[in-house]
Design a protein around this ligand. Sequence first.
Ligand SMILES: Nc1nc2c(ncn2[C@@H]2O[C@H](COP(=O)(O)OP(=O)(O)OP(=O)(O)O)[C@@H](O)[C@H]2O)c(=O)[nH]1
Length: 392
Amino acid sequence: MSRRRSAGAVPVIVLTGYLGAGKTSLLNHLLRHPEARIGVVVNDFGDLNIDAGLVVGQVDEPFSISGGCICCLDDDTSLEDALTALAKPRLRLDAIIVEASGFAEPLTLARMVTRMGHHRFHLGGVIDVVDATMHASTVDTESAPPMRYAATTLVLVNKLDQLSAADREPAVEAIRKRVHQRNPRLLVVGTSYGRLDPALIFDPGSGGEAGSDVAVNGDGARPIQAELPIRELIRQAYAEAAEKELNAETGIDSEAGIDSEAESAPVHRHAQSVTVTGEGTADPDAVMDLLEDLPAGVYRVKGSILVDDRTGSRTYGVQAVGPNVYVSTAPAQAAGWDSQVVVIGEGFDEDAVRARLDEALRTGHASAGSVGCDPAGSRGVERLRHHIRLHA
Ligand SMILES: Nc1nc2c(ncn2[C@@H]2O[C@H](COP(=O)(O)OP(=O)(O)OP(=O)(O)O)[C@@H](O)[C@H]2O)c(=O)[nH]1
């Protein structure tokens, strides 16, 4: 992968992973690293780039590419323009992180960046984030392991906290086995909330022992963070054995690297998204009804809603990943609306979902402070708080 690298070129690290696996959580964790200067490009599926709003840290404004997956766009100029702007020497960035949409194919994205052949940036690695609880029912569903592992540098098995301590290590091991069927040298590490050690990604010179990809610690209570520098990850991932496997499986010529004209580009899954915004306060009960019982075909919901609770208006971040619901308190919307929700899935009834959301987000739902006359609003706030407590 590093063959085309120019001296001083900024590494581009691509974060992939199925809808809701934990890419933004990993990105935010990496951005909290005080010593590295990181540029960010976020590609989200909906019309509004919710993820760009969820990114916190040292970048003023992440580059945002919304309205579809970048690996499906007719041309890749939006990504190339963003990378070129961020790679300007005066910005002195240590790395650029591209957070892909949940439907992006790692191989396609890796090829896009490599094909750009830019002297100021080069592909620095592809980190595929896996939801330990949902992977087998969403991504790894066929008898053959997914092709995505062939282009990945590191697989991060996330959300281990959602499994019992006894189930964590076996879960990582099961995914590692599948990954290794596709790419025997690929590193697979376990974590929660994307807590990969950032120093080891941004400082290639900073040691770290090869092979120390322990999934969980001795008592299984807390995931141990990965301890491998990205340079080592890349070297290992593209070692001879992996390249041989890659050639055999994908038709990619190892001499030409992953930017060769292989015929086997993965076919992108067809996805739909519905984006709804609202002004004024939303109905939390109606939003929670949607989140807790997703309509057929919907897998991912994310957004923020303005709600009246006992202390006045407050904004909550609301997310669903399959059956898992996540709620947090959130900053008020700076944009021209108070609530915004994006729903993503395959084969769902867009009109019905839009109608439900229009109703739930429409202006002026009654205050939960007036408990006696608004039991639904009050119940909705209680349901939001219940989910906050679950993940506290
Ligand atoms: N319990 C738990 N929740 C997590 C973990 N990682 C992420 N989450 C939550 O899962 C939800 C989805 O996480 P994100 O980081 O937004 O996932 P994503 O892959 O960026 O999502 P998309 O961009 O929509 O594909 C959020 O509510 C996170 O707070 C984890 O390790 N444990």
